[in-house]
Write a protein that binds this ligand. Structure first.
Ligand code: AMP
Length: 151
């Protein structure tokens, strides 16, 4: 890879998810530990659409350290279980987009957790911002399901 291309592909510490991790931008957070943060997607493709990010800097799946991926997928599983219960879903879709050509729009590694229902399509990707009060209520449902997991 050329030096120019490598520079273009470098991690931007001012991306929106990095700011959310540092609590410099608002988000409806549902979970945090030493390694990861989870929060509601601002433009949910389904009610309960949640994102899980590592605190480490990584643009996507391809440049993340394996131990960072391990921690992040553990949180993804925990959140996916909670979202399935909180939204009475038939199934859960976990998605990860690496690179603009794959549809990635925020260049800090993240996993999408989406509740799925038999015969129901997802809404469009990153199109419509949900009202803050709706996201707040959905976040509380996920938090409650996470609390129930640890009881
Ligand atoms: P991707 O296209 O895989 O990079 O997904 C980025 C996701 O981030 C999209 O689903 C957006 O709706 C979501 N998103 C963008 N900005 C924010 C934000 N400030 N807070 C929460 N989610 C966001």
């Amino acid at each position: 890879m050329s030096i120019e291309k490598a520079a273009v592909m470098s991690y931007d510490p001012e991306n929106i998810f990095a700011k959310i991790i540092r609590a410099k931008a608002p988000a409806h957070r549902v979970y945090e530990d030493d390694w990861t943060v989870a929060f509601m997607d601002l433009m949910p493709q389904a009610d309960g659409h949640t994102l899980i990010v590592p605190k480490h800097e990584a643009r996507d799946l391809l440049d993340a350290e394996p131990y960072v991926l391990g921690k992040t997928i553990q949180t993804t599983q925990k959140v996916a279980r909670a979202v399935k219960v909180a939204f009475s879903a038939d199934g859960v879709m976990v998605a990860q987009l690496s690179g603009a050509a794959a549809g990635q729009t925020v260049f800090h590694l993240h996993f999408h957790v989406l509740p799925r229902y038999d015969g129901v399509d997802l809404r469009f990707h990153g199109k419509e911002v949900a009202p803050a009060e709706v996201l707040a209520e959905h976040a509380e449902r996920v938090r409650e399901a996470l609390r129930a997991q640890s009881d």
